[in-house]
Structures are given as C-alpha cells and as structure tokens.
Design a protein around this ligand. Sequence first.
Ligand code: KIV
Ligand code: ZN
Length: 403
Amino acid sequence: MKTKSERIIIFDTTLRDGEQCPGATLNIDEKLTIAKQLARLGVDVIEAGFAFASPGDFEAVNKIAQTVGTENGPIICSLARARQEDIKAAAEAIKPAAKGRIHTFIATSDIHLKYKLKRTRQEVLAIAQEMVAYAKQFTNDVEFSPEDAGRSDPEFLYEVLERAIAAGATTVNIPDTVGYTTPSEFGALIKGIKENVPNIDKAIISVHGHNDLGMAVANFLEAVKNGARQLECTINGIGERAGNAALEELVMALYVRRQYFNPFLGRPVDSEEPLTNIDTKQIYRTSRLVSNLTGMLVQPNKAIVGANAFAHESGIHQDGVLKNKLTYEIMDARLIGLTENQIVLGKHSGRNAFRTRLRELGYELTETELNQAFVRFKEIADKKKEITDWDLQAIVNDEIQQA
Ligand code: KIV
Ligand code: ZN
C-alpha cells in the first residue's frame, strides 16, 4: 500500500479552475461524465466545483460526491472562500462522498489586500485561522490556499501557513495565481516554506499555478524537487487566462524522468515504480473527452496529447524512427493510450470498432445505450464519408440524454 509521502498526489481541478475559462462551461451531466473518467484516470482528488458559486455548481459537486466519491474512489473537494456561508455550502455539497475535502482560500499578497480585500495583514491572519477551524467542524480534510502566494511577502506567508496548520489544515497549497514566478523562484519559495514554517511537516505542501508566462509545469517540477507533494492541475491545461499546469505534461514528465525525480522523494534511484497513481493509458481518452465536452481545442503541437505529439514529418526523422523509435521518441505513444493504428470510422465499421473508439474518447456505454447509439451511427454513416469525433460525441450525448 502506497503512502502519501511515497507518491505525488494528483489534484485535478478541471471541473473548477479549468471550467473557469471563457466558453468552457459544462452542464451537470457533462461534469459527471468527466468526473467518472477522472476516476478511471486515477486522480487522487477531484476539485468538483465551487459549491457556493451557483445552484448548478452546488448540484454538480453534490452529484459527483454521490456518484464518484466512493470508498475506493478519489477525494471529492469543493472550493470555498474564507467565509462561513461558502464553507457551509461546500460542506453540504461534499457530504455524500466517502472522502470529502473543503478547500478554503484568502489572498495574501499586498496588491490583493489593498485593492481587492481592503484588509490588513493582521485581519487576513485571523480570518485564515478562524475559517480553517470552522471548516474543520465538517471534515478532517481541510486544504488552505493563500491566494497569490507567488507575489506575497514570504515572511507573511510563513505566518499565515503556520496559523492555518495550527487551526487544522492538512494540506497547504501555494498558488502562483497569476503565473508570475520563474522555476527557480518557485522552487526557492517552497524550500523557504519547508524551512521556516515550524509545523509544516503536519501538512502536505501542494502547488497550484497558471501559465501566463508558460512556466506552470516547470515551476511545479522545481516545487517537487523542493518538497511539494500535491500538484493541482487540469486536463489539457485549461483554465483562467492562459490556463493551469497541464496534468498530462506533469504526469508524463514525472514518468519519463522518474529516475531523475526519484531521489527527491527519498526513493531508491533505480526504482521503476511510477511517482503518481495515474493510469497513463487513460490520458489520451481523457484529453479527448475534455476537449469534446468543453469545446476547447487542443493545439496540434501540444505536448503529450496534441495531434503532432507523436508524428514525424521530416525525412531524416522518419528514417531514424523506422530504424529505431528511440532516435526521436522519448516515450511510447501506447503509454498514453494511443493505438498504433487509428481506426477510421465509416459505414462499413462494426460495433466493436465503434465501441473501441467511444472508449478512446472516454465513453463507457451500457449495452442498451451502445445499441441505440450504433443504430444512429449507421444512419449518419450512410450520409457521411467519415465520422468524426464530434459526430460521435453528438450521437452519444443525444442517446444518453434521451435514455
Ligand atoms: O489560482 C488560484 O489562486 C486559485 C486558488 C483559488 C487556489 O485558483
Ligand atoms: Zn487557479
């Protein structure tokens, strides 16, 4: 049985921070479909939403807690500002989950204190401590985030974190809210926290970061080297502005370079054991599912899941790969669940190919749903030369919603 210090905790926030990007709004059924796939992917924590934000958000968190938050499933988390009404809504929404977490936050940078919160540092210290203690009444699993930590005064940050831990925070998350820090700075920030917060060993250090300067993943990897043990990320890196750290990039960096990262976790250097609990074979289908349901296209040259990530165009590269894949490939495409031969679906395709492609897209249908969807697929295939993933998604959504 792996312990929390042995493996890096993957906290997925696709349904909360990821959904906070323009145009990516998801309905409750779509959120549930994604949450089920995230559970298959093996994420440790699903941040399912911000329960107080709207009745729809509350219902989504609550339904995910009921359906996906099983004993062996992931922890289901709701975000809450450091306010009683937010925390109460979060607590109520996550109640059905076997393992529920409340994630409460308040900003700590002087810019946020002065212009947004209009609070003093002393006030923020008191609120952080009180609200973590308040959240503790509902669940033992409380995460605290000092928002805009990346631009906060480290000395003040240490004090806030110490107060949050004293009040019972079991995870302290360090957000680079505006994607401002560089990898060496962010690594040093985590090191400083480890060295200067007296009771830091009572909590897990988590990191959360945005991609405004394209450095979120690099920042996280430096954070891991300096003691971070939970990574907050989204599928395809979707999220506010330039997005969040991309789950697939983090997981595959930690997998492909596991021997490099192993010593930082106090493991044997030659260990082949993965550093996360993610089933990497589910990565591609999860990426497709999130892209299809949010309508957020994946750029072709996107690392790991882009259409060109495993394609070789130049003659020299093709020649090298034909002789030995290792010449130009650092990982096998099958590791992320891609099959060698992409099946093209058309009117001659059978049920098995249909079912296989749906699985690759993250849809697990019952036999009845599959039969209905297959009839519809054949009708459309008679009229179109090739059936795209968009067609398949429309077919499945129609059939599931009618059922
Ligand atoms: O970016 C951020 O600071 C956040 C917090 C609420 C964790 O999303
Ligand atoms: Zn964020």
